[in-house]
Design a protein around this ligand. Structure first.
Ligand code: HEC
Ligand code: HEC
Length: 280
């Protein structure tokens, strides 16, 4: 990155922190009926890899009726209320109901499609995922309630919901092409801050040799942020994927100042490369 890019990054970070704080205050003042919510950044992401296949859609239907029913209908051709109808929401483009007037903020995401992971982020904290959204809802705190709601919403989904990433880690992909692609991407994207060799030095970030399926924040002699240290768990491929997609969304207040790798294919390649960096 050249220095102009660093400046842009710094400005973008400041702006998004500002928007986030603003959205948070707005969110808090708008929602008085619901019980007091902890700020999102205090919530531990132990719910990082929900297994939607075991979620309880019947319970999800009840929770959705209670928590979302004031503003949303769920049945086919149901009317918009305060929010749009949610029939077949998974697999549909974001903000695409013709009869609903969306906020600018949500409309700006209308190239993307709702999948389970996005819905999970959304109902965890809509204003964190889309600062400026008009969905005045603080979020569903309980991870299993979130998974259950999504299982319920999946039932009316026109396309089979995507398999959770975790299932791919069971059958290691030995694709050497992807590994090469990942190495190139890692040199370009990550090497300014990370080394990859056995016993490589910590740079701005910790050395990344042999981290896949190892505990998070585990390198000796590296001063991790409190946020990363408190994140218990392993660097599973699912967790790495979420981290690389958007580090500060997954673990707020960590100190890896990096916007993320938006292409799922590139993330996968980088993860396969990282997996190859281990004692044989
Ligand atoms: C206080 C009213 C309110 C509550 C409660 C509420 N929503 Fe919403 N929801 C909205 C509004 C308003 C929008 C449109 C947001 C925008 O345009 O920024 C929206 C948008 C959405 C969208 C995007 C739809 C699309 O077409 O892209 C989804 C998905 C959604 N809500 C799910 C839920 C779920 C699930 C719950 C319950 C856990 C819930 N909402 C609770 C008001 C609400
Ligand atoms: C601008 C510098 C920077 C860039 C670019 C960067 N990182 Fe980081 N990375 C960091 C910092 C700083 C930390 C420590 C975060 C903390 O403690 O909160 C970190 C932490 C990590 C961790 C956690 C390691 C552990 O020991 O738990 C992983 C994994 C990681 N980075 C992967 C990557 C990958 C892969 C890329 C490229 C796609 C990348 N990073 C790009 C600075 C960076």
């Amino acid at each position: 990155m050249d220095s102009l890019d660093w400046n842009r990054l710094a400005v973008a970070t400041l702006i998004s922190v500002g928007i986030f704080a603003g959205g948070w205050i707005l969110g808090n003042t708008l929602i008085q009926a619901s019980p007091p919510q902890k700020p999102a950044f205090l919530i531990k992401s132990t719910d990082s890899s929900p297994d939607f296949s075991i979620a309880d859609s019947k319970h999800g239907q009840d929770v959705a009726a209670q928590q979302c029913g004031l503003c949303h209908t769920f049945e086919e051709n149901g009317p918009s209320k305060i929010g749009p109808n949610l029939y077949e929401i998974i697999g549909h483009k974001i903000a695409s109901r013709k009869d609903f007037h969306y906020s600018q903020a949500l409309s700006a995401r209308n190239k993307e499609t709702w999948d389970q992971q996005k819905l999970y982020q959304w109902i965890k904290n809509p204003m964190e995922m889309v600062p400026g959204t008009t969905m005045a809802f603080a979020g569903v705190n309980d991870p299993s309630d979130r998974a259950d709601i999504i299982a319920f919403l999946s039932k009316s989904s026109p396309v089979p919901p995507p398999k959770p990433l975790a299932t791919t880690s069971a059958a290691p992909n030995t694709d050497t092409n992807l590994q090469k692609e990942g190495k190139v991407a890692a040199q370009k994207e990550c090497a300014a801050c990370h080394s990859f060799d056995p016993n490589g030095r910590n740079l701005i970030g910790p050395n990344l040799y042999n981290i896949v399926n190892k505990p998070i924040a585990n390198k000796k002699n590296y001063p991790y942020s409190q946020a990363l240290v408190s994140q218990k768990g392993l660097w599973s491929e699912t967790n790495l994927d979420k981290w690389l997609e958007n580090p500060s969304l997954w673990i707020p207040n960590n100190k890896m100042i990096y916007t993320g790798v938006s292409s799922p294919q590139t993330r996968k390649a980088i993860i396969i490369y990282l997996r190859s960096l281990a004692p044989k």
